[in-house]
Design a binder for this molecule. Structure first.
Ligand code: SF4
Ligand code: SF3
Length: 573
């Protein structure tokens, strides 16, 4: 076995990728990602102590968040990025150790994660010498070789935890942190951050090294992660809406214009804003792709005439749709699929994303915006996109908008016009079994409403499902992080209907998952007390039978079966 990863829904054979990821991640990247996570745990050993001592380290907080984010499924496939960050992280760890020991005296009984491959940093913070712990290591070398790093990786990866239940809970916690980190990074790009969330991340990372913790301790941490997940999504919601306005009900064109275009994918609205500003007046149009679709719902972006529509569908169809787009594509976050030669030279990554051989747009220096000039000039030389669809889709049903319609919604529920809501948030993916969600949406009774967020919506957002008294039967709140909006709506309805338990609402949860952002959404819902969530198309490979049983017994978590049986089960609830 040259690698082991089971963090996403497409884990090979439903158990884990062991030779190469189904996502395209190779063993080098997989091992360096494992090592980077281990380095983050080591940094956090000192980070938690620094937090106790009141030593502030925003740079360390950022490094941990950015690194967790970069290991999310389909975000970054660039081994050079991970190699550089493992090395950077080791230096950061040793520097933090020095700060903590200066304040509190020498630390003893440290975990290997906090000591391996330790370096000597001189008074100017320059690495002088690495006391390599690797076989064949040269005591005077100043850089690790990739072979040495790879030698360490299997000893610290997922399978290093032998007990499968402890492993399952540790990884569930780490995947929740990864999803949370993505949302924190977007909020941070808009100037919103919360030290308490960073402190929790570090505490949780250290907990994954602690063999004395019981399964109950780890379950408690997983739920606490859900609490911080709610906080992180609320932080991002506040950052997005205070910067770009409250999402409005919006009709989005899915056809094309006659101009060359740039396609922007992923979740980062700051990148979206900068691209729109820099393309204005250039003759280049901008289209959203996949999870960037909800950018159309924000008032601040509506003023750009060249922001013409959405092109294509969920992430996994990009290998076909990017070809016919003809122009450059900017990936601001996951989900990036290893690009085909037909369009690889038109792809650009930025932020946490990366792929070897694909041009990466660097962060702006000294608070300046990123420079998208190269992409814009590239677009000018390209043909306009080939139309693959035409028509419109409607969205913008974030919490403030839906709550402003509360009277209408409550009336429809009281009159019986709306019998039940179905939260169908989450992710889309390649698996054939995901046709289930299209069928499910089609076959739901006409007196039901689908509440959605995330790229899962592409399975049914172009169907003609009609409306109930003017309320569309598919209400799209936005990106996966806007699942927060769906929770806020549920809490508001609970209040309006004067219920003591959120589970007494006529709302069922049939969530599709793929990557780790869906994990933090799930943990957030569990923290809010939502029970009987159904998760598909398959349950996570990282849930051991015993951990799955805890989730079933405590929270009523279930899988999916067939459409007719599941609709029957939900409607009788
Ligand atoms: Fe496999 Fe998913 Fe891990 Fe990729 S992210 S290696 S597909 S489990
Ligand atoms: Fe989608 Fe990757 Fe999860 Fe943001 S873009 S929901 S899969």
């Amino acid at each position: 076995m040259s690698m082991f990863c089971y963090q996403c829904q497409e884990a090979a054979k439903g158990t884990g990728c062991t030779v190469r990821g189904v996502c395209g991640k190779d063993e080098n990247v997989a091992q360096l990602q494992d090592l980077l996570i281990y380095v983050l745990k080591g940094i956090s050993v000192y980070g938690t102590k620094a937090n106790e001592l009141g030593i502030k380290n925003p740079e360390v907080d950022d490094f941990i968040v950015n690194s967790l984010f970069s290991t999310i499924t389909n975000a970054n496939f660039d081994k050079n990025h991970f190699e550089a960050n493992v090395k950077k992280g080791l230096l950061m760890r040793d520097d933090l150790k020095a700060q903590v020991e200066k304040a509190s005296g020498k630390l003893t009984n440290l975990h290997d994660a906090a000591t391996w491959g330790s370096s000597n940093v001189n008074s100017e913070g320059i690495l002088q010498k690495i006391f390599s712990l690797f076989s064949g290591g040269n005591k005077t070398q100043t850089e690790y070789t990739i072979e040495q790093l790879k030698e360490k990786a299997p000893k610290v990866g997922v399978l290093a935890t032998e007990n499968e239940d402890v492993r399952s809970l540790r990884e569930l916690l780490i995947y929740g942190l990864k999803g949370m980190a993505a949302y924190l990074k977007h909020a941070d790009n808009l100037g919103s951050r919360d030290e308490k969330i960073s402190a929790f991340i570090q505490k949780a990372l250290v907990a994954t090294l602690d063999d004395s913790l019981s399964a109950d301790d780890l379950v408690a941490l997983v739920l606490e992660c859900g609490k911080y997940g709610v906080d992180a999504m609320a932080l991002l919601d506040g950052a997005n809406t205070s910067t770009y306005g409250t999402p409005e009900i919006t009709t989005v064109n899915i056809g094309v214009s006659k101009n060359p275009g740039i396609l922007i994918s992923g979740h980062d609205l700051k990148d979206m804003e900068e691209l729109l500003k820099q393309t204005e007046g250039t003759g280049v149009d901008v289209y959203t792709h996949s999870e960037m679709l909800p950018a159309h719902y924000y008032p601040a972006f509506k003023k750009y005439k060249h922001f013409v529509g959405n092109y294509g569908n969920a992430w996994w169809k990009q290998d076909k749709e990017f070809k016919s787009f003809n122009g450059p594509i900017l990936m601001t976050t996951n989900c990036l699929v290893p690009p085909k030669p037909e369009y690889k030279d038109r792809m650009y990554t930025t932020g946490a994303t990366g792929f070897e051989g694909v041009k990466h747009i660097a962060d702006g220096v000294n608070g300046k915006p990123k420079d998208f000039t190269e992409i814009i000039n590239h677009a000018k030389k390209c043909k306009p996109p080939v139309q693959i669809e035409k028509g419109e889709i409607v969205g913008g049903f974030a919490h403030a908008t839906v709550i402003s319609l509360a009277d209408k919604v409550v009336e429809a529920v009281k009159s019986g016009a709306i019998k039940r809501f179905f939260v169908m948030a989450g992710c889309d993916g390649r698996m054939k079994g995901r046709d289930y969600y299209t069928e499910f949406a089609k076959k739901l009774p006409q007196d039901t409403i689908i509440l959605t967020a995330g790229c899962a919506k592409y399975r049914y957002n172009k169907l003609e499902l009609g409306d109930i008294g003017g309320i569309p039967r598919v209400l799209d709140a936005g990106q996966c992080n806007d699942s927060y909006s769906l929770a806020v709506i549920a809490l508001k309805l609970k209040e309006v209907f004067e219920l003591s338990d959120i589970n007494d609402l006529p709302i069922s949860y049939n969530i599709a998952w793929y990557e780790q952002k869906a994990v933090i959404v799930l943990l957030a819902l569990l923290y809010l007390g939502v029970k009987n969530i159904h998760l598909g198309p398959t349950l996570p490979a990282f849930l051991s039978p015993n951990v799955a049983k805890v989730l079933v017994d405590t929270f009523g978590i279930g899988g999916i079966t067939d459409v007719a049986s599941d609709i029957g089960m939900f409607m009788e609830a």
